[in-house]
Design a protein around this ligand. Structure first.
Ligand code: NAD
Ligand code: UGA
Length: 459
């Protein structure tokens, strides 16, 4: 099938950047990204590129090059579906918060709504591409809905999971390690492969069956998260044995069988996907009666929760077992650097724990707006919204966030934190002044020379 028009349902962290790159590399294809969230679409259409809903290095440049030429953002979902030959489903698939599988299974209601909408409005044959991360065998559900409620036209389902990481999304999309396409129809697979072939070499476009493709995505995230939990587990052991986790990571990473990436000990992984995808893997394994498999992967999450908890416990213990009424500064709210995404960020949980102990928390993040900090805390329902406002301030300047505080906790590895005037910060903090570096980004010796009591992970 010749692809002239593409529709992407879901203008989020995946839909936006992925389609922007597809549009840039395929100037002859008209790409329309649709979303039911009209504020989000308005932000994507904003003439002021600093107002785009997503911050990603390099994204604004591609949007300015393609928008209103062959890339369009719209709330008119039905028209975009009907005119496209290929439809990507890139909507959110969060963990279920109700009913069977609550807290573990993926909530597929948005996926099902998309499938029903496609079936309702499509009048010509379509290739439907699963871009969202889905439990293995979801394509069967989508196929059943399309075939049973459609207008008698042909639908081909493909699985094309996305492997980009936030903060490096554009880089990852422009030079992917691989593009994975799972499907049953060879013709449909080749139609999608041709879209990618505009910039990805054929030997990096991997074709598999549907189920391998769906399961590979969950597996990739599980393996990546497992590495972080593994090094974090070792970090705790390092703290008891005078080994240094960064030295251990370097030593093992030089073994080419292990590899050096994804071995940075931290306050715990965050992000919208690692936890949700592993919980989903655990749920699927249990639903097949594979309890040992489920327990094995669940441990990755247990370790991550432990790492976040022990970080805040250590801070409280070091501050003479109480933070009540003390000002504690949180540097970084995003779940990693170079993104404004805060989903499942360790900062949220560490702050919540400190607030339970009646700390006065001040937050600074270079890209996260004040309202997001409050909404993340309110979402936990640990206390009233008024109490969150009374106990938490969000500062526009790092120096005011740090002034007069007893301790600073570094939650995100933003590069600018390394460049601050730490001598000035020290002079303006209460003494003894403590740093809890949840990312091991500051120079321990230098901080100690200034006079800080410096604690890091696994050292
Ligand atoms: P997101 O929440 O940023 O975006 C999803 C968008 O879909 C939202 O704007 C929402 O309004 C829209 N939407 C939901 N239902 C809709 C409907 N019926 N019609 C039209 N629009 C609808 O989510 P995201 O981070 O882009 O993730 C999307 C999927 O991609 C998830 O399955 C996720 O697991 C997967 N994924 C995410 C990343 C990442 O880095 N965020 C990376 C790889 C894969
Ligand atoms: C991750 C995967 O890396 C992507 O391949 C995948 O597409 C995506 O999930 C997804 O499915 O959503 P992302 O969550 O955006 O991407 O970012 P990562 O770079 O993987 O970082 C995840 C978390 O782990 C962050 O909190 C990060 O700080 C932490 N991390 C990562 C560590 O603590 N140590 C490391 O060595 C690496």
């Amino acid at each position: 099938m010749k692809i002239e028009k593409i529709c992407c349902i879901g203008a989020g962290y995946v839909g936006g950047p992925t389609m922007a790159v597809i549009a840039q590399k395929n100037p002859k294809i008209k790409v329309t990204i649709v979303d039911i969230n009209s504020d989000r679409i308005a932000a994507w259409n904003s003439p002021d590129l600093s107002k785009l809903p997503i911050y990603e290095p390099g994204l604004a440049e591609i949007i300015s090059e393609t928008r209103d030429k062959n890339l369009f953002f719209s709330t008119d979902v039905d028209t975009a579906i009907d005119e496209a030959e290929m439809i990507f489903i890139s909507v959110n698939t969060p963990t279920k918060t109700y009913g069977k599988g609550k807290g573990q299974a993926a909530d597929l209601k948005y996926i099902e709504l998309c499938a029903r909408n496609i079936a309702k409005v499509a009048t010509t044959d379509k290739i439907v591409v699963e871009k969202s991360t889905l439990p293995v065998r979801t394509a069967e559900t989508i196929k059943s809905i399309l075939q049973n409620s459609g207008n008698g036209i042909n639908f081909h389902i493909l699985s094309n999971p996305e492997f980009l990481a936030e903060g490096t999304a554009i880089e990852d999309l422009l030079s992917p390690d691989r593009v994975l396409i799972g499907g049953e129809s060879e013709e449909a697979i080749e139609s999608l492969a041709n879209v990618y072939a505009s910039w990805v070499s054929q030997n990096q476009i991997l074709r598999t069956n549907l189920w391998s493709s769906e399961l590979s995505k969950l597996t990739a995230n599980a393996f990546l998260a497992q590495r972080v939990s593994s090094i974090n587990a070792i970090s705790e052991l390092c703290e008891h044995t005078e080994a240094n986790v960064d030295e251990v990571a370097k030593a093992i990473g030089m073994d080419s069988r292990i590899g050096s990436k994804f071995l940075k000990a931290s306050v715990g992984f965050g992000g919208s996907c690692f936890q949700k995808d592993i919980l989903n893997l655990v749920y699927i394994s249990r639903s097949y009666g594979l309890n040992e498999v489920a327990d094995y992967w669940e441990q990755v999450i247990i370790m991550n929760d432990h790492q976040k908890r022990r970080f805040s416990d250590k801070l409280i213990k070091t501050l003479y077992n109480t933070v009540s009424g003390k000002k504690i500064s949180i540097l970084g709210w995003a779940f990693k650097k170079d993104t404004n995404d805060t989903r499942e960020s360790a900062a949220i949980y560490v702050t919540d724990h400190l607030l339970n102990e009646q700390a006065l928390v001040s937050v600074y993040d270079p890209k996260v707006p004040e309202q997001k900090v409050y909404s993340d805390l309110n979402y936990l329902n640990s206390r009233t919204e008024q109490e969150n406002e009374d106990f938490v301030t969000v500062d526009k300047s790092p120096y005011s966030a740090l002034k007069g505080s007893h301790a600073v906790a570094i939650m995100t590895e933003w590069d600018e934190f390394k460049e601050y005037d730490w001598e000035k910060i020290y002079s303006e903090m209460k003494k003894p002044a403590f740093i809890f570096d949840g990312r091991n980004i500051l120079n321990k010796g230098k901080m100690q020379d200034i006079g800080f009591e410096y604690y890091s992970i696994g050292q």
